[in-house]
Design a protein around this ligand. Structure first.
Ligand code: NAP
Length: 302
């Protein structure tokens, strides 16, 4: 059997078209568009390319996009004042502070200073708490887990009553997606197990999974024989395992591998995400969804 591919690149396009249509409708009816500010401190190349992608996507959707670049030596007090300025700015619905921040700045202090109602990354403790409570309390789910859930749902996988095993317990992927999958409601209602480095029988747990979400950051950790035939496998891992020359550009690019042995796993799973082109494109997409949501909350449309 060859698994159905759950392509993040295709689902991204579907979602972005939906967001764009909604932005146009809101603009027509209410005369406003979502406002997103990205604060970038310094010139970390990885951060800069990620921010560029966010900006391009936001502009494509008709958002009011502001990029606020600050020098590496900005003081913590000045950065906090900047966050406060955007907290008070009515035209801004989402504030994103790109990490990592320079060492002299306490990133927790800065992230916690963002108004929870503009925290479109979903990492503020208030939003973590709201996510834990679930249902109507939830404002912004963190972007990568939200993207994972969206992929599972849009692939047609039944989540209700499914055995869902999450490999990894990080605050940005493992814990939130586990919490989201066990909530009462559509796209959830799963029976969830979270496994990590201290788990005794990793293989045994994985073998029970109808939905297997792997976010460990260990290339090829999950072996094909650990996958239940027909399971839905979401591989979140992005691991650089070498370099190659791109056929398109002739430039050196990283060879990326997931946490699942894809070539063999796709012969056993019912559906599976590739790496790259799987979960990766969903994170920025869900950031746009959250920013639109923020505006809709403000307008009383949600
Ligand atoms: P992380 O903070 O390093 O957490 C990794 C988790 O996996 C930890 O809970 C760890 O267990 C567990 N783990 C590691 N090795 C294991 C093993 N051998 N057996 C069982 N559990 C193991 O990583 P993260 O930030 O969640 O990211 C995970 C992966 O997803 C990375 O490859 C990252 O690049 C990728 N990622 C992709 C996206 C995206 O595509 N948009 C977004 C975020 C992350 P302990 O807690 O016991 O140490």
């Amino acid at each position: 059997m060859t698994a159905k591919l759950i392509k993040g690149t295709e689902i991204r396009e579907e979602i972005l078209e939906e967001v764009k249509a909604e932005v146009e409708q809101i603009k027509e009816k209410h005369g406003v568009v979502p406002g997103l500010v990205t604060i970038l401190v310094g010139e970390n190349p990885a951060s800069m390319s990620y921010v560029t992608l966010k900006i391009k996507t936001a502009i494509r959707l008709g958002f009011n996009e502001i990029q606020d670049s600050q020098p590496e030596d900005i003081s913590e007090a000045d950065l906090l004042a900047l966050v406060d300025k955007y907290n008070k700015d009515d035209s801004i619905n989402g504030i994103l502070v790109q990490l990592p921040l320079p060492k002299h700045i306490d990133d927790k202090k800065v992230l916690n200073a963002i108004d929870p109602d503009k925290d479109v990354d979903g990492f503020h403790p208030v939003n973590v708490g709201r996510l834990m409570i679930g249902g109507q309390e939830v404002k912004f789910a963190p972007c990568t887990p939200a993207g994972i859930q969206e992929m599972i749902v849009r692939s047609g996988m039944e989540t209700s009553g499914a055995e869902c095993v999450v490999v990894g317990r990080s605050n940005i992927v493992g814990k939130p997606i586990a919490n989201m999958m066990l909530q009462k409601g559509d796209g959830a209602n799963a029976t969830v197990t979270v496994v990590h480095t201290r788990t005794k029988d990793l293989e045994g747990h994985c073998k029970r999974a109808d939905i297997l979400i792997v976010a460990a950051g260990v290339p090829g950790l999950v072996k094909p024989e650990w996958i239940k035939p027909g399971a839905c496998v979401i591989d979140v891992g992005v691991n650089r395992v070498g370099e190659k020359i791109s056929e398109k550009t002739g430039k050196k690019i990283a060879i990326l591998k997931g946490d699942v042995d894809f070539d063999e796993a796709k012969e056993i799973a019912g559906s599976i995400t590739p790496v790259p082109g799987g979960v990766g494109p969903m994170t920025v997409t869900m950031l746009m969804v959250n920013t639109l949501k923020s505006l809709k909350f403000k307008l009383g449309l949600m």
